[in-house]
Write a protein that binds this ligand. Structure first.
Ligand code: MTE
Ligand code: MO
Length: 368
């Protein structure tokens, strides 16, 4: 074992970490153990391996059978339908590479904290989703003239703030007819796994993940706005508890880097050898808007990174740059700007339930 001097090693304390008086926060840890994030080193992959893709599940994972499950399409339509997964796949499948991000990503950077899943920055992943464009199904059932919204309802049910509900979300008819919205049965070339919505889920590229309803069993075409909890109460940007709020929709521009060097087990702070260090990461925005530039900040001084090409309109863009690492303590950041001119903020903007925090990632590094 190589022992370094205190001068070069910030992790020099070899004694066991002292016990803490407080217990772990049980409810938050329960959520974290169910809802895992991407390991940041997995940002090296263009496609996130399925087992490293983040997960967010509100209630219990339903046990649905691909052979017997039927998708009911009803409401303001001329011809209601019940479709098996095989019926759907028979309508013709397409594959799209899509970056999904949870709207609660970044919540744990806000104080005071809202009791919910305490994401740092890891609630993101990119997969190749295979499925049927939703508009093929909507054209087959024929929407009536008074249709305004399409609701997507999952097989999972539970309570939030005292209200019992099925997990459900809606889109306007116009949005539901867009080509990129898919009824998905496969992920990275294999059938969906239970935790990602098997056997059938919606994927709404360009929007935060809450729109991409898993375990989809019902599509209801409505002549008025959908009033389900996750649509009408959940997923609103709010400044305070009383605030009615603004619905959360498109992903906000964001970037992440693969933390360089090696980590300290407990703090995840990094140790890097001096010299040329290749930094790399990913940047993405909402609605298919392109990434214009990514800058890497070293102790507050910004340098332009090189952008690669994204795999698809709704997939993240790779970036990289070299850093001449000199011995000492440093803070690395990355900041993306999209083609609309939207730029990541340096500090988190307040949100009452911790949604849409796209502030820059900060990585503490010691160079030896
Ligand atoms: N039926 C259902 N669909 C759901 C959810 C859920 O809890 N139930 N969670 C949503 C949220 S908030 C996110 S971020 C994404 C996460 O998808 P993933 O777990 O496949 O990454 O699924 C969405 N679809
Ligand atoms: Mo989410």
């Amino acid at each position: 074992m190589a022992v370094m001097s205190e001068h070069t090693n910030p992790f020099h304390d070899t004694s066991p970490r002292p016990h803490q008086d407080e217990r772990f926060l049980r409810h938050e840890i329960q959520l974290v153990n169910r809802n895992s994030g991407i390991a940041l080193e997995a940002l090296v992959h263009d496609l996130t391996p399925v087992g490293l893709h983040y997960l967010l599940t509100h209630f219990d994972i339903p046990n649905l059978d691909r052979e017997t499950m039927r998708l009911a399409v009803s409401g303001r339509v001329k011809t209601p339908l019940e479709l098996s997964v095989a019926d759907l796949e028979g309508m013709g499948v397409e594959t799209r590479t899509v970056t999904l991000e949870c709207a609660g990503n970044g919540r744990n950077l806000l104080a005071p904290r809202y009791p919910s899943n305490p994401w740092g920055c890891e609630a993101v992943g990119t997969a190749e989703w295979t499925g049927v464009p939703l508009n093929r199904v909507l054209e087959q059932v024929e929407l009536l003239d008074d249709a305004v919204e399409v609701a997507f309802i999952g097989a999972d049910r539970g309570f939030d703030r005292g209200i019992e509900h099925d997990y459900g979300r809606s889109l306007s008819v116009d949005h539901a007819m867009r080509d990129e919205v898919m009824l998905v049965t496969g992920m990275n070339g294999m059938p969906l796994l239970p935790q990602h919505g098997a056997p059938l889920r919606l994927v709404v590229p360009g929007w935060y993940g809450m729109a991409s309803v898993k375990w989809l069993t019902r599509i209801e075409v409505l002549d008025k706005p959908y009033d389900g909890y996750q649509q009408a109460v959940g997923y609103h940007y709010r400044q305070s508890r009383e605030d009615r709020g603004v619905p959360v929709r498109e992903i906000r521009v964001k970037s992440l880097m693969v933390p360089p060097g090696i980590p300290d087990w407990f703090t995840r702070e990094r140790m890097v050898d001096a010299g040329t260090v290749r930094l790399m990461g990913r940047a993405w925005s909402g609605n298919g808007v392109e990434i214009d530039r990514v800058e890497v900040g070293v102790d507050g001084v910004w340098h332009a990174a090189d952008l690669g090409t994204r795999a698809d309109t709704y997939a993240w863009t790779p970036w990289q740059c070299n850093w001449q690492a000199v011995p000492g303590e440093h803070e690395l950041c990355c900041r993306a700007t999209d083609a609309n001119g939207d730029e990541q903020p340096l500090e988190a903007r307040w949100d009452h339930t911790g949604l849409g925090n796209n502030c820059v990632q900060r990585v503490r590094v010691t160079v030896r």
